[in-house]
Design a protein around this ligand. Structure first.
Ligand SMILES: [Zn+2]
Length: 496
């Protein structure tokens, strides 16, 4: 049995002004300019907490041949340039054609990628793969919890399996599940039928988190439904809201064994339960000034200020300075801010060297929506090559690379800066520059939710930041033009 696999991962923030280029995919995929498949993918992903890590593990256990065609990903940002999208798509199709016939296909996609010409980019990828392999070959697609799933994606795939966690700590498990379902389908043990339903509902990251209510109980319920008779898989995708496209928002999918009525019943029950939660899914935000006061007067341990408005994991610039400036102005002692994307300041720090003082202009260089640059003298405490291995629960074991890094000190604040723009979601990312979060009072993380997987157990208090930005969890901040209407909470909608 031979199963081909391919991964193209991008979450597109249509409010971001920086386009996503092929060079971005080359840098972040780390599989060379040709996006090598085969052994390069096996070497990178075997034994990692990723979708392809799960594909590889399940294929080995089933004793089948997995043919990884390509694994490309880029940090979330603005729309993917059409040439980049087509370059990746054509590699997938050419390589798939070269290995045909295959018995099945596993696609490791995000579900919220928007190219310049197609806001349903994954729908186009699945359709193209379907045209190549024909109607009888099963295609199982794994999608992010933030996928904006379209009807076309559901129609063109045999089954869609979404992550059940946010932070995304179940990627390996979902990857395993996808290959296991393919194997059972190919062997004729099951006959997957999928039912899809979109809700008139759009939600924001802080409350989509499955480590807190109401989504913790909701996703436990969804997982339990997979043990019910005839159910093969159940998915709730909460969607990526910072995408002004028709299909942004919440979807439900259930795959049943041969009986669409079973899937339909489950989908409708899940949709009803989700709809009842709609008001509990609205975030409560806290300012940095209130967080400083709380940390000084009330905190019983480490405080985390989750600056989700500037979360690079959702396409934000990751160089916002609002919280940093407030901490410096308050002469706060014992804070860390990171990880800011500021290649210029990193270069300056590396040129000066450890132990030197530099005149820096820190942050706010991408746009005018995330504060203003901070001009200051700064002490260069630590320099690094920025290479690390994920040690937290998310992407565990996967190598990562921030490019060069620097830790600057201004007053009582340590500022961690990097050449590459990435989300601070694993404490290893700051441990490599000598910072133990346990020994600090307040950490400003450029992350909305993913940091909770690894920093959560270290933190006594977590606040969702009230800061400006293109990932601010507040619909009043955005002018939606394209999303289907009516949709809650942008409109008053009374039933799902
Ligand atoms: Zn996600």
């Amino acid at each position: 049995m031979r199963i081909a696999s391919a991964g193209i991962q991008h979450e597109t923030n249509t409010f971001a002004i920086t386009p996503t280029t092929l060079a971005d995919f080359e840098r972040d995929s780390a599989c060379g300019p040709d996006f090598d498949g085969g052994q390069a993918v096996l070497d990178m992903y075997t034994n990692t907490g990723t979708i392809h890590g799960g594909y590889i593990e399940a294929a080995e256990q089933a004793g089948i041949e997995l043919l990884p065609l390509l694994c490309a990903r880029a940090q979330p940002a603005g729309a993917v340039e059409q040439t980049a999208y087509e370059a990746l798509m054509s590699r997938v199709l050419e390589r798939l054609e070269a290995v045909l016939p295959v018995d099945g296909v596993a696609l490791d996609l995000h579900g919220a990628m928007v190219s310049e010409a197609d806001e349903d980019s994954e729908g186009a990828i699945i359709t193209a793969v379907r045209e190549l392999v024909g109607p009888d070959i099963p295609i199982v697609v794994t999608l992010d919890y933030h996928a904006n799933i379209t009807e076309r994606m559901a129609e063109q795939s045999t089954s869609i399996i979404g992550y059940k966690t946010y932070p995304h700590v179940d990627m390996r498990e979902r990857g395993r599940e996808a290959v296991e379902l393919l194997v059972r389908t190919i062997r004729g043990e099951v006959q997957p039928v999928q039912v899809y339903r979109q809700l008139p509902l759009i939600t924001l990251p802080p409350m989509q988190c499955t480590l807190r209510e109401p989504m913790q109980s909701m996703m436990t319920d969804v997982a339990n439904r997979e043990s019910e008779p005839g159910v093969l898989s159940a998915t709730v995708a909460m969607g990526f809201p910072f995408a002004d496209i028709v299909d942004a928002g919440v979807t439900v999918l259930v795959t049943a064994d041969g009986d669409a009525a079973i899937a339909k019943k489950q989908v409708d029950e899940i949709a009803e339960k989700l709809w009842e939660l709609r008001d509990d899914l609205q975030p409560q935000l806290t300012t940095i000034e209130e967080t400083i006061r709380f940390t000084n007067e009330e905190a019983q341990g480490l405080v985390v200020f989750a600056d989700g408005s500037d979360n690079p994991g959702g396409g934000a610039p990751c160089d916002g300075t609002v919280a940093l400036r407030a901490l410096i102005d308050a002469n706060f002692q014992g804070a860390v801010v990171g990880i800011l994307h500021d290649p210029e300041t990193v270069a300056l720090a590396h040129a000066a060297g450890v132990g030197k003082e530099i005149n820096a202009t820190i942050g706010a260089k991408t746009d005018t929506l995330h504060g203003t640059p901070i001009e200051t003298k700064a002490y260069v405490r630590t320099l690094s090559d920025g290479r690390f291995i994920h040690r937290g629960p998310m992407r565990n074991g996967l190598p990562g690379n921030f490019g060069r890094m620097a830790v600057l000190v201004v007053g009582g604040v340590e500022i961690v800066l990097a050449e590459h723009r990435q989300q601070l979601l694993d404490s290893e990312m700051i441990r490599i520059v000598g910072i133990s979060p346990e020994h600090r009072r307040l950490i400003v993380v450029k992350s909305a939710v993913h940091f909770r997987a690894d920093f959560g157990p270290l933190a006594a208090h977590i606040f969702d930041a009230d800061t400006p930005g293109i990932h601010r969890p507040d619909f009043a901040n955005f002018d939606f033009q394209q999303v289907r209407r009516p949709i809650y909470p942008l409109d008053d909608v009374t039933k799902p």
